[in-house]
Ligand binder design. Structure first.
Ligand code: UGY
Ligand code: MN
Length: 244
């Protein structure tokens, strides 16, 4: 592709970030690893979505402070040290509540997708607990009864959780059942396959390794195309309706 061209597009209510416009950074706390920030408050979002790209032996070491984080291993293998030690493979995910000290060390070249935001406490509700699991342990449910759109809900539904992360799998030709309009935001990463995303009044061909931000009230719809199922992982804010 000509170096002056990109499929990326940034608007006030949505963004598509495609691999040819990635910029690799080395923030404090990261060694033998790089970070690509897709989504941040600088673009108007209330959370961050970023990719950690690790060499073998690469590491991130952080104290989360007021933030919570969910990491999903796209590829590779690593070890997470938080409350205890856990080994991670492709498809593993971990949710760490605010105040957590953690380190993640890659055993081989690895890519990990992260969603991070400031936790919003709710009066009378305890802080959420750490979760470390694997996508293979989560049931696939037909979304609104449609077996062509299967949803895996990685996070529990309890009121202590103010963010949710789901994996959506569509058969070729599968769609979101309607053009969604909601106050919640999304950060989305395409894991497999391809399709067309409607974001507001624009329609984008999207494929594996594309990242998308949808602001509150960004009209959204998706159709999967291609010959294999399409999968994407996405974040949404949960359990904190407006004015609560
Ligand atoms: O959970 C959701 O709002 C989801 N159906 N949205 C989306 O996939 N764009
Ligand atoms: Mn939605």
């Amino acid at each position: 592709m000509h170096t002056a061209l990109t499929r990326s597009r940034i608007t006030t209510d949505h963004a598509l970030i495609t691999p040819e416009s990635h910029v690799l950074l080395s923030p404090p706390g990261w060694s033998k690893s790089n970070v690509v920030y897709f989504i941040s408050p600088q673009m108007g979002a209330n959370f961050t979505m970023f990719l950690g790209v690790f060499e073998a032996g690469g590491e991130v070491k952080r104290n989360l402070g007021d933030n919570e984080i969910l990491g999903y291993v796209l590829e590779g293998e690593g070890e997470l040290q938080s409350k205890g030690k856990n080994s991670l493979q492709a498809g593993s995910f971990f949710f760490l509540p605010p105040g957590t000290n953690f380190s993640l060390t890659a055993k081989q070249q690895s890519r990990v997708l992260f969603f991070e935001k400031m936790y919003e406490p709710l009066a009378g509700v305890n802080l959420p607990a750490e979760i470390i699991s694997h996508e293979s342990k989560i049931n696939k449910e037909a979304f609104l009864g449609d077996p062509g759109a299967l949803l895996q809900t990685l996070m529990p539904m309890g009121a202590e959780f103010d963010m949710g992360v789901n994996i959506f799998e569509f058969v070729p030709g599968g769609t979101l059942p309607n053009v969604e309009n909601h106050y919640m935001e999304h950060g989305l990463y395409v894991l497999q396959g391809q399709g067309v995303y409607r974001l507001s009044e624009s329609w984008y061909p999207v494929q594996k390794d594309d990242a998308i931000w949808m602001a509150p009230y960004c009209l959204q719809w998706f159709v999967a195309s291609g010959k294999q199922n399409t999968k994407y992982i996405y974040y949404k804010d949960m359990n904190r309706p407006p004015l609560v």
